[in-house]
Design a protein around this ligand. Sequence first.
Ligand SMILES: NC(=O)c1ccc[n+]([C@@H]2O[C@H](COP(=O)([O-])OP(=O)(O)OC[C@H]3O[C@@H](n4cnc5c(N)ncnc54)[C@H](OP(=O)(O)O)[C@@H]3O)[C@@H](O)[C@H]2O)c1
Length: 319
Amino acid sequence: MGEVMHALNVPAAGAQPQLSELPVPEVTAGSVLVRVKAAGLNAIDNALAGGMMAGTMPHEYPLVLGRDAAGIVEAVGAGVDHVGVGDEVVGHVLLAPPVHAGTLAEHALLPATAVTAKPSGLDFVTAAAVPLAGAAALASVDAVDPQPGRTVLVVGAGGGVGSYVVQLLAGRGATVVATGRAEDTDRLSQLGADTVIDYTTGPVADQVLARYPDGVDGLIDLVAHGPDGLPLSAVRRGGKVASTLGAADGDVLAAAGLTGSNIMAKPVREVVAPLIEQAANGTLAVSVSTVLPLDRAADGLAALAGGKAHGKIVVKVGD
Ligand SMILES: NC(=O)c1ccc[n+]([C@@H]2O[C@H](COP(=O)([O-])OP(=O)(O)OC[C@H]3O[C@@H](n4cnc5c(N)ncnc54)[C@H](OP(=O)(O)O)[C@@H]3O)[C@@H](O)[C@H]2O)c1
């Protein structure tokens, strides 16, 4: 066996994630081998750990968890010329068959199409919190295409994706109505929310209609798993709906006089580079709530699964 690394991995289908030694991946054409400095956690990590996508895509075990990473390039494969050895980068392991490589490890193999240079002024932990959540936020905002002055309701605004959605909407001149617990109100207002609705005190749609009797122009829902969970009565006829969880059912929306789409984030270089630039120049705030060492990454995934993130959880790898 060649070089080994510590990695949080699922050793076999159905097994619990474990931190153990695995071979360092070998760089292949079109990929970039990175010494990981930080890896951002996302809900999909728990979904993949639980085998929830095993029916849709082949999985190869041991399966390393984690998709987002920031680190230093150690090797580049044939055909890669936009980054070189020693560069500081941020990237994402795109979802592609077989599901096998991950970033919760000392080294990670990333597809070059999803690797972008990291500005030196942006630290590794902050950069690692951007790719998937940022790309999902951008796709959601593009899907509702808010015109300046229009009102958009964001359900799940306090989380990793939502914190970016609120800022991107505000940046486009939309009036932002965000859901969040009382303790998140100040943070969401600072990010650009005009109104914060405490979803724990009563139905979101009723609270929105009490303040916006004509309904909002758009809805970005980051929480509902099906159309029944969407607060559609709060959206005026002709409004647009975007869901990150496949809840935007065309027939249900049409019956309410709405249109919408289910978004799929694409954290490729062209999408992530501008977000990273914004994070670096301070126009996109990155809310990292927790930083953990690699040997506590599983605790971070458990906190995320329990809905206790309040921003992004990032695992710092090494010193
Ligand atoms: N389609 C894609 O490409 C894509 C990409 C990225 C993410 N996603 C999905 O999008 C969802 C959000 O991702 P995330 O990373 O932002 O997750 P997250 O960080 O866990 O955030 C979820 C947020 O929703 C809030 N919430 C929970 N139940 C709620 C309710 N009933 N009403 C209002 N808010 C509620 C939570 O608030 P509390 O803190 O108060 O519990 C939390 O702030 C996840 O399910 C993820 O799988 C999809």
